[in-house]
Write a protein that binds this ligand. Structure first.
Ligand SMILES: NC(=O)C1=CN([C@@H]2O[C@H](COP(=O)(O)OP(=O)(O)OC[C@H]3O[C@@H](n4cnc5c(N)ncnc54)[C@H](O)[C@@H]3O)[C@@H](O)[C@H]2O)C=CC1
Ligand SMILES: N[C@@H](CC=O)C(=O)O
Ligand code: NA
Length: 438
């Protein structure tokens, strides 16, 4: 007969926005969690930076500033890392796995920078490494990619994966809010990263895109491979231009398999990118409000799938962590392990210039004859076909709006560079990629 197993003991690293919610859920749902796992989940200790802060509902005897001693303690079975950042989070997780503990983390920055080291350690140490909270907060997205869709062939993952920037863009679009006010609100609501530059400059979304691409295409992708543009350069002209096109501006993460010309199954490579783009108001992503996230996955046999929910915030993120905790705890009780990451496909990540996109370009032009022809000639020179063109205003107020068909991004950006140099173009007032129409 199998010996009765005692409680499973959890070490928590970090007790900020997410960590404090993890402790609350472990406490408030203790009886249900015991029934679901088969044994109780107990908090063995909580690593914090400062012991003198009052933390409601937390026994001060559990607190320690010695995270390293905590993760290697014999009475710890599982480690939850919600400190964030690269170090000491990486060393602590590696120490924990070396000491035979399984790890749950929400740390997308670290997974996207050096996931390979952590995955290798998990394989070597026979530990579980789960990270559902790292992408799109509460939304079950990584487990579907890692498990449910692992038998399918994913073509594309497209979505809104950063709550802070979506909150800011939504406030700007619907309430005409200023960028800084909206960012301060997102910080106060607990959505933003410790350094909000990670959100507004697109680093957070790029890290998530790398994690999604790696899982979707079974190919190694790091944050450095991702083409990244944030929302700090989004202007009032961009937002107004989108409005006129019956579109909205959203920060999108796009991971695509680029088909091979010879029809090779794996494809020629993958394109992984993050940038603000216009999408039509009729597109489901356009109605994703506040800090909500939404992600489309298109797979060969499954067809299109959509995942939607709270992408940031303490409680939603803690929900994803608790889901991982129960899964890992059940594995421990059963004496088994969860799936290990495989990146056998080794597809190249293609440069942005080779990615096929569409542009919206708004030009302030001199209103005289030949302007349209001169502008059209620049697009033609770069083999970029124009889908629609509209001229507005007269004299000094004349504006030309050009929307292109799909073309290599290098050709589109070279066209814009040439337009900037034309005498008849007073200013390139807005350049935005257009997504969501194919
Ligand atoms: N807030 C959110 O909506 C989401 C956050 N995440 C991720 O969760 C992680 C935690 O995020 P938050 O809780 O929002 O950050 P936070 O800044 O509120 O909490 C981090 C806590 O860790 C503590 N800490 C830092 N270094 C430490 C050390 N060496 N030892 C002990 N404690 C230390 C800090 O004092 C702070 O209290 C990050 O990786 C973040 O990217 C993931 C999804 C959503
Ligand atoms: N700062 C992130 C938090 C969740 O990952 C965001 O705003 O989405
Ligand atoms: Na998630």
């Amino acid at each position: 007969m199998k010996p009765e197993r005692g409680p499973l003991r959890v070490a928590l690293l970090g007790c900020g926005v997410v960590g404090s919610e993890v402790v609350r859920l472990l406490r408030e749902q203790a009886a249900d969690l015991t029934a679901r796992v088969g044994v109780p989940l107990e908090v063995a200790g909580i690593a914090v930076r400062r012991l003198d802060r009052v933390r409601e509902g937390i026994d001060p005897a559990l607190l320690t500033t010695d995270a390293q001693a905590l993760v290697t303690r014999d009475d710890v079975d599982l480690v939850v890392e919600v400190i964030g950042g690269i170090e000491p989070a990486r060393s602590l997780m590696l120490e924990a796995m070396k000491a035979g503990k399984s790890v749950i983390t929400a740390n997308k920055a670290l997974l996207a920078e050096d996931g390979e080291t952590l995955f290798a350690a998990a394989r070597e140490c026979g530990a579980d490494l789960y990270y559902e909270a790292a992408v799109a907060g509460a939304i079950p997205l990584l487990r579907p990619l890692r498990e449910s869709l692992v038998g399918d062939h994913v073509h594309r993952v497209l979505g809104i994966v950063n709550g802070t920037t979506n909150y800011i863009l939504d406030q700007m679009d619907t309430h005409g809010a200023g960028f800084n006010d909206a960012l301060e609100e997102a910080q106060a609501l607990g959505f933003a990263e410790a350094d909000p530059t990670a959100d507004v400059e697109g680093f957070d979304a790029a890290a998530k895109a790398a994690i999604l691409a790696q899982l979707a295409f079974h190919t190694p992708v790091t944050a450095a491979d991702v083409h990244r543009e944030g929302i700090t350069e989004v202007t009032a002209a961009d937002v107004a231009g989108a409005e006129e096109m019956d579109s909205v501006v959203k920060l999108l993460a796009i991971c695509e398999r680029v088909p091979a010309e010879d029809g090779r199954n794996g494809g020629r490579g993958v394109s992984v990118r993050v940038y603000p783009a216009m999408i039509p108001r009729s597109h489901p992503l356009a109605s994703v409000r506040g800090a909500y996230n939404a992600v489309f996955v298109e797979a060969e046999s499954a067809g299109p799938l959509m995942f939607y929910g709270a992408g940031a915030g303490g409680a939603p993120t803690a929900s994803a962590i608790l889901g991982d905790l129960v899964a890992v705890a059940r594995n421990l009780v059963a004496g088994s392990r969860g799936p290990v990451e495989v990146t056998y496909a080794k597809l190249p990540v293609l440069p942005m210039g080779e990615t096929i996109t569409r542009y919206y370009v708004q030009l302030d032009v001199a209103d005289r004859s030949g302007v349209l022809a001169a502008v059209a000639e620049e697009f033609a020179r770069h083999e970029v076909s124009i889908q629609a063109v509209r001229q507005e205003g007269l004299g000094d107020d004349a504006q030309l709006v050009v929307v292109t068909h799909r073309a290599p991004d290098a050709a589109l950006s070279a066209t814009v560079e040439r337009l900037r140099k034309l005498d008849i173009v007073r200013e390139v007032a807005s350049v935005m990629r257009v997504e969501g129409e194919d």
